[in-house]
Design a protein around this ligand. Structure first.
Ligand SMILES: [Mn+2]
Length: 420
């Protein structure tokens, strides 16, 4: 778990990025409607969660920086026994304080009043508030109140304030993982590995894609505190060329490959792993040629990733590697054709979101966690291969966090052969 001290430390660092005489408001958000009176599972705005550790919907964080003084307020729904009988227990103020490290906890209905007090100069002796920071990337409803965009307009028009976006400021912090965060990601990867292992025990021709997916998902949900980072993808044969293959109803055939793109999450920290295995336990010659190209690309690109390299450069490195290898093996007739068989980027940041920020041009620095996921997709051959690992950037290079999840041809064939 990540403790209140770490959340307090993050807020302190965040305060340093903010202009003086400003108010920052972050909303946890409310559950999104699915259909009828049914909602999707609630997931808090990760920027709000990153600074508070609070998962409860409707909660609000307010940070005030005034005359250099830093003030923190947290607003949570009032406890209501009647509502709790339907939708579950809500945090009391002490619990909210213990999780977040914020001493000033109020009921959510006090929020508007608290804000208005900062507009009323007569009540205060300090400099007037001139700036507001909102997370404008996330359009969230605030309880029965307005949306972030409507709130922005009101602050600008009614109160004449300058409204700034704090999304990038927080994302910048989130790109550098603490020890505790790296540990969460390690646990998520370990859980993912367990799910994959259980699926593989049951892998055989005649099984269905959803059999594999369900075994994986079951294992993750059985693991305490684990959740799925994203909907699991299990794609047999030609379905492996579809990146976010959605149906998973097909039978796994003798002689085909099966591609897994799966991840568990621990306290919202995601693992994101892809592996490709032969359904019958043995690669065909052509499958092996393609698999080895992707595997070598995976290993070399991971070794290429280190402080100072950008994700854009890593992507160019991987693409060039795949183009050269595919051309040499006669899989493409010109290197320029690589885009036909490799159509996604090799890496993204990983963290509280599976795609944790989109920065491709900043140089990698120690504490970054990124994926390394080259792939080759030959629709005509019915072969899709992706091998994805999660990489921690260290002082002097990188560490493959998912190195224990087998990917060498001989290890795969040995493991899948041994269960026969
Ligand atoms: Mn990925």
């Amino acid at each position: 778990m990540i403790d209140a001290n770490e959340y307090a430390k993050r807020r302190n660092e965040f305060f340093d990025l903010l202009d003086d005489n400003s108010v920052t408001i972050l909303f946890a958000g409310v559950g999104k409607k699915k259909s009828g009176d049914e909602n999707y599972d609630f997931v808090p705005n990760k920027n709000f969660y990153y600074l508070t550790g609070i998962r409860q919907e409707n909660s609000i964080l307010m940070l005030v920086k005034n005359d250099g003084e830093k003030m923190e307020y947290l607003f949570v729904d009032e406890k209501d026994e009647k509502i709790e009988k339907w939708t579950g227990y809500k945090l009391n103020h002490q619990e909210a304080k213990d999780i977040s490290g914020i001493s000033n906890v109020f009921v959510r209905t006090a929020f508007e009043g608290k804000i208005l007090a900062f507009f009323n100069d007569n009540e205060r002796n300090s400099e007037p508030i001139t700036k507001f920071y909102l997370d404008l990337e996330n359009e969230l409803k605030i309880g029965e109140m307005k949306s972030t965009q409507a709130y922005k307009k009101e602050l600008e028009v009614v109160h004449g304030l300058e409204v700034l976006d704090c999304h990038e400021l927080i994302m910048g912090m989130r790109m550098i993982k603490s020890e505790a965060e790296i540990e969460m990601i390690r646990e998520a990867i370990a859980s993912t590995e367990l799910g994959l292992k259980n699926a593989l025990i049951n892998l055989a021709p005649g099984k269905y894609e959803y059999n594999m997916r369900n075994i994986f998902n079951y294992t993750i949900y059985e693991d305490q505190d684990s959740d799925l980072a994203f909907p699991s993808i299990v794609a047999g044969g030609k379905n492996g060329v579809i990146l976010h293959y959605p149906n998973q109803k097909d039978q796994l055939k003798d002689g085909d490959l099966v591609l897994f793109d799966v991840g568990a999450a621990k306290n919202y920290y995601c693992g994101d792993i892809s592996r490709t295995y032969p359904v019958n336990g043995k690669f065909t010659d052509i499958q092996k040629v393609i698999y080895e190209i992707v595997l070598n690309c995976n290993k070399q690109t991971a070794a290429f990733m280190r402080p100072g390299i950008t994700l854009k450069e890593a992507n160019e490195f991987a693409k060039m590697f795949l183009a050269n290898e595919c051309f040499e093996k006669g899989l493409i007739t010109s290197k320029e054709d690589i885009g036909k068989v490799n159509y996604h980027s090799v890496s993204h940041h990983l963290g509280l979101d599976t795609h944790d920020g989109t920065d491709r041009i900043s140089k990698l620095i120690p504490g970054n966690v990124v994926t390394c996921e080259p792939g080759l997709y030959f629709k005509d051959l019915g072969i899709g291969v992706r091998i994805e690992d999660d990489i921690l950037i260290t002082e002097d290079g990188s560490e493959v966090l998912s190195k224990d999840i087998i990917k060498e041809v001989k290890d795969i064939e040995k493991m899948l052969g041994s269960k026969k």
